[in-house]
Write a protein that binds this ligand. Structure first.
Ligand SMILES: Cc1cc2nc3c(=O)[nH]c(=O)nc-3n(C[C@H](O)[C@H](O)[C@H](O)COP(=O)(O)O)c2cc1C
Length: 330
């Protein structure tokens, strides 16, 4: 059984990638994930705010409430709250590269073009095999249009892709007015691949304390459906690689993601819940299914359920939507 897959031009032994998360901070944990069968690991993100803080030596200002920009910056974590400073991030990357044989993908997280983009070069020099760009932002300003935001993200992707020789992937939000259009612009303008999708952590309300409370909730398999839909729509159209991220918990989830067109699946929640032993379960389930369905190679099953054969995917989607709404009878 050949589970090999090509992701961002890297040959991976199988499609299971450890998604961006704190696992990479611990070299032993990363080694255990590699031993369990992970084909690559994505480091957690190095944030634009973190790099800017270091570059501008503003750390002490942030600790002073009188600081003029306090309103704007106080929403961000205190400097000490970031898991790794830019410098320790680079050192951790070097240690991961020395300890592991699987590819290590660094992650940069920023939303405005700026000096932080230069860090891409340093991550490349420290040995990153690829770079995942996360351009997460919450667009709350009614003066800023979706087109403005997309132009800014495209500018960042282009700048980073031009700065490095390693492949650059983009972790995308599902909340673009036309995901297909934006994905194809990213595909044309330098992204070697897309990660579908970013997962957002919405704050909850505490109705006793009347407070807004940030909560990190792990995912469920039900979140996979949004990814399956867009993988199915995009996989026949894009030349770059596709990773499925969000809601992959079981062997069935892995199989569905690949049938929709993913080259890899990224897993985090299931690893936080069950540890590295999850990986052989996913790989065995995938191999068994391939055996039963006569696939000797992963490449022959990839995209088998995408929308390639449907000439008008949008009509199909709308038709399905109407059908589903009308299926409920009282
Ligand atoms: C504890 C934790 C830390 C994370 N850190 C990052 C990060 O630094 N950068 C990033 O792009 N995503 C980060 N993520 C999001 C994951 O990479 C992934 O997209 C998300 O958890 C969905 O995958 P899952 O359903 O397998 O958990 C984090 C997720 C968790 C649970």
């Amino acid at each position: 059984m050949n589970l090999e897959t090509n992701y961002l031009g890297l040959t991976l032994r199988n499609p299971i990638v450890v998604g961006a998360s704190p696992f990479c901070d611990n070299i032993d944990a990363s080694r255990r994930l590699e031993e369990a069968g992970a084909a690559a690991i994505v480091m957690h993100s190095l944030f634009e705010e973190q790099i800017d803080l270091e570059q501008q030596a503003l750390i002490h200002h942030l600790e002073t409430p009188a600081e003029s920009n306090y309103e704007a910056t106080s929403y961000f974590p205190h400097y000490d709250d970031y898991q790794l400073t830019p410098d320790t991030y680079l050192r951790t990357l070097e240690r991961l590269k020395a300890a592991l044989t699987i590819p290590v993908i660094a992650s940069l997280n920023g939303r405005r073009l700026g000096g932080w983009v230069d860090y891409a070069r340093q991550l490349e020099s420290a040995g990153a095999n690829a770079l995942e760009l996360n351009t997460y932002q919450l667009a709350t300003d009614p003066e800023v249009s979706g087109a403005d935001i997309e132009a800014e993200i495209l500018g960042i992707v282009q700048a980073v892709s031009e700065a490095v020789r390693i492949p650059v992937s983009v972790k995308l939000s599902p909340f673009h007015a036309s995901v297909a259009n934006f994905a194809s612009l990213l595909d044309q303008q330098g992204a070697s691949g897309l990660v579908l999708f970013n997962r957002f952590y919405q704050p909850d309300f505490d109705i006793d304390e009347l407070e807004v409370v940030p909560r990190l909730k792990l995912s469920y398999s039900s979140e996979l459906l949004l990814r399956l839909r867009w993988l199915s729509i995009l996989s026949p159209k894009l030349k770059g690689s596709l990773a499925c991220s969000g809601g992959v918990h079981t062997p069935e989830d892995v199989i569905k993601s690949i049938l929709a067109g993913a080259h890899t699946v990224q897993i985090v929640s299931v690893l936080l819940e069950h540890g590295p032993r999850t990986i052989p379960v996913l790989l065995d389930g995938l191999s068994d299914w391939m055996n039963e369905h006569g696939h000797a190679e992963l490449s022959t099953m990839r995209g088998a359920l995408n929308l390639k054969r449907c000439p008008d995917a949008a009509a199909h989607e709308r038709a399905n939507y109407i059908k589903i709404l009308q299926s409920w009878k009282i």
